[in-house]
Design a protein. Structure first.
Length: 162
């Protein structure tokens, strides 16, 4: 079984002179994404690997998660805007030794992929929120939604003494 954590990137600047792909997290976005990363780890999410969209805002968020968890981070173009449930299942299959994978990506693909993986309907993702899915059989509809973790829950977990 693989635990797949779907995560939306932190709050990013509205625009960037080099275009959408270069948009960076705002100072508040960096702070909140850092707390979300710490909260994931405090809640027991210890990824073996963090995969990320190559867009800067996602990469920044993923690096915070990987740093908090002490694991590697890798870019994957399939996590760019428009990611699908099939893309996520392919990533799970390509990393059979990873018990827990965090995939940092974008809306609205996150919502649609979560629905397709679990059949749970549409769940919104605030920035930087996450959803935890257990996957026993890597096929559409076979995932089990374990938790939806809005940013405020992740921040609270980060600030709660052990």
């Amino acid at each position: 079984m693989t635990t797949l954590v779907l995560m939306r990137h932190g709050v990013a600047e509205e625009d960037h002179p080099e275009g959408d792909t270069a948009r960076r997290l705002t100072p508040e976005g960096l702070e909140r994404a850092g707390l979300a990363a710490q909260g994931l780890v405090a809640l027991g999410m210890r990824p073996d690997l963090v995969l990320t969209s190559p867009l800067v805002r996602c990469r920044q968020t993923a690096e915070l998660v990987a740093g908090a968890a002490g694991c590697p981070v890798e870019d994957d173009p399939r996590l760019a805007p428009g990611t699908s449930a099939s893309d996520l299942l392919d990533l799970v299959l390509e990393h059979p030794d990873a018990a827990t994978i965090v995939a940092c990506t974008h809306q609205p693909g996150l919502t649609y992929a979560l629905a397709d993986l679990t059949g749970c309907g549409h769940v919104g993702f605030k920035r930087p929120g996450a959803a935890v899915i257990e996957i026993e059989a890597p096929r559409l509809g076979a995932g089990r939604l374990v938790a939806v973790l809005p940013p405020r829950i992740l921040r609270a977990a980060a600030m709660t003494p052990p």
